[in-house]
Design a protein around this ligand. Structure first.
Ligand code: SME
Length: 157
């Protein structure tokens, strides 16, 4: 596995292009899912300096907090609740340009202004979600969705 992350691009697209193969190498070299979640959260934070990046794992009828980078977060989210619970239930990515306008948004931090949540599917089964929060409004677009879905797909390898 790589000793350190190397990102030289300035653009968002360029950064994701450099990041994905490095994350792929990390995940291919390690079979432990929690270890891989921890490194992916760390690399996303190091590359983009989001407000919060982390994983919630499906445990029964709830999401339970997994590896993350950023401030203290809520630990359990019921199915269908908040952005994370909805993305899990609907099995699709949800982009929230303004969290104050998302009915049922769970405010773990008052600094969070926009959010993207990507379900992690193993076969047809959602096993976790990748949740990213920004302190800026409207931080996430189609570029983020495309690349973060590719990152989430690394877990099926
Ligand atoms: N805002 C999320 C809760 C998790 S925190 O952002 C870390 C939600 O509404 O599901």
């Amino acid at each position: 596995m790589a000793e350190q992350l190397v990102i030289t691009a300035q653009s968002k697209q360029g950064r994701y292009e450099e990041l994905l193969p490095q994350l792929k190498a990390v995940v291919e070299g390690e079979s432990d899912v929690v270890a891989n979640m921890a490194n992916i959260a760390a690399c996303l934070m190091e590359t983009f300096h989001f407000w919060w990046v982390g994983f919630y794992r499906v445990v029964g009828e709830e999401l339970v907090l997994g590896p993350f980078q950023g401030p203290l977060a809520c630990t359990r989210i019921p199915k269908g609740r908040g952005v994370c619970g909805k993305a899990w239930e609907m099995r699709r990515t949800i982009v929230v340009p303004d969290v104050d306008k998302f009915p049922g948004h769970i405010a773990c931090s008052s600094e969070s202004r926009s959010e993207i949540v990507i379900p992690i599917m193993v076969g047809d089964k959602p096993t976790a979600v990748l949740d990213i929060d920004s302190s800026e409004l409207n931080a996430f677009d189609e570029t983020d969705r495309k690349w973060l879905e590719d990152i989430a797909a690394l877990f099926t390898i």
